[in-house]
Design a protein around this ligand. Structure first.
Ligand SMILES: NC(=O)c1ccc[n+]([C@@H]2O[C@H](COP(=O)([O-])OP(=O)(O)OC[C@H]3O[C@@H](n4cnc5c(N)ncnc54)[C@H](OP(=O)(O)O)[C@@H]3O)[C@@H](O)[C@H]2O)c1
Length: 243
């Protein structure tokens, strides 16, 4: 897939991996529509990257997502790449009632909304081939950790869905990429874990895979985890269980 001259919808561009993607994809000469829940973050991005388009959207809210889809149809109709990057990770014990209140927003943001965006934007993508969908999942989609069961389930679901949709897109010129990051040094992982890679390292590996049409892009230690899981799944489970 070409890495420049695309029209890209990138969700969650305000920090971490999304911000690194925005910087690099902008530098490469792509047209970008980016989202965040915060007007302040979007104003900051707009002043740094004058020619991008921005759209405030809470991706856990299906009505707000409909408005984003309508905006793409009317104001960003040359869309040929959708990057489902935005995500949230909540750590809690299932027995803890506090987690129950956040169940729906975590599942919507990480799983339902990416599917809604894909399904409703497919006609636009199909009209602008060559096109691509990029889903950011996680090494935790391979085998889960104890502390974030819903997050791990949403990422495993998105990974499985990506494989099935890739089959359905075989006859088209729409590629389905899945990026499987290891631990990356962002706000999401602040104060935990070690041996993290930077968001910029992740983006460079993604771009190498994207340019080579490598549709499942395992990054850094996620490659090793995949290998261990294939031959010794019990060891892989133990490595991630308390990570
Ligand atoms: N960091 C890691 O180690 C790691 C590893 C594997 C996979 N990932 C995945 O990589 C992606 C990016 O994560 P990150 O580490 O860069 O996290 P981050 O720094 O916390 O950024 C998360 C981004 O998602 C957006 N977001 C979160 N909830 C949202 C919602 N309800 N509606 C709209 N936007 C929302 C945030 O935007 P606003 O707050 O501005 O709205 C922000 O831009 C996620 O899908 C994550 O699961 C991360």
């Amino acid at each position: 897939m070409q890495t420049s001259e695309n029209a890209i919808l990138l969700t969650g561009a305000s920090s971490g991996i999304g911000y690194a993607l925005l910087r690099r994809l902008h530098e490469l000469g792509n047209k970008l529509l980016v989202t965040s829940r915060s007007d302040t973050s979007l104003q900051k991005l707009q002043s740094e990257f004058a020619d991008i388009q921005t759209f405030r959207c809470d991706l856990s809210n299906p009505t707000a997502v409909e408005l984003l889809i309508d905006f793409c149809r009317s104001e960003f109709s040359d869309l040929n790449v959708l990057i489902n990057n935005a995500g949230m990770q909540l750590e809690y014990q299932i027995v803890d009632a506090k987690g129950r209140a956040k169940l729906e927003s975590e599942i919507r943001t990480n799983f339902v909304t990416p599917l809604q965006l894909i399904q409703d934007l497919l006609p636009l993508l199909a009209g602008n081939e060559p096109a691509a969908i990029v889903n950011i999942t996680s090494a935790l989609a391979i085998t889960p950790k104890k502390s974030a069961p819903v997050y791990c389930a949403t990422k495993a679901g998105l990974s499985n869905y990506s494989d099935a949709l890739r089959y359905q897109l075989e006859a088209t010129d729409i590629k389905l990429f899945e990026v499987i990051p290891p631990l990356v040094d962002t706000a999401m992982t602040a104060g935990r874990g070690s041996g993290k890679i930077s968001p910029e390292q992740l983006v460079e590996e993604f771009l190498r895979g994207f340019a080579r049409d490598k549709e499942k892009i395992y990054v850094g230690k996620a490659k090793l985890l995949r290998f261990i899981n294939q031959f010794a799944p019990g060891i892989a489970r133990n490595i991630l269980k308390n990570s």
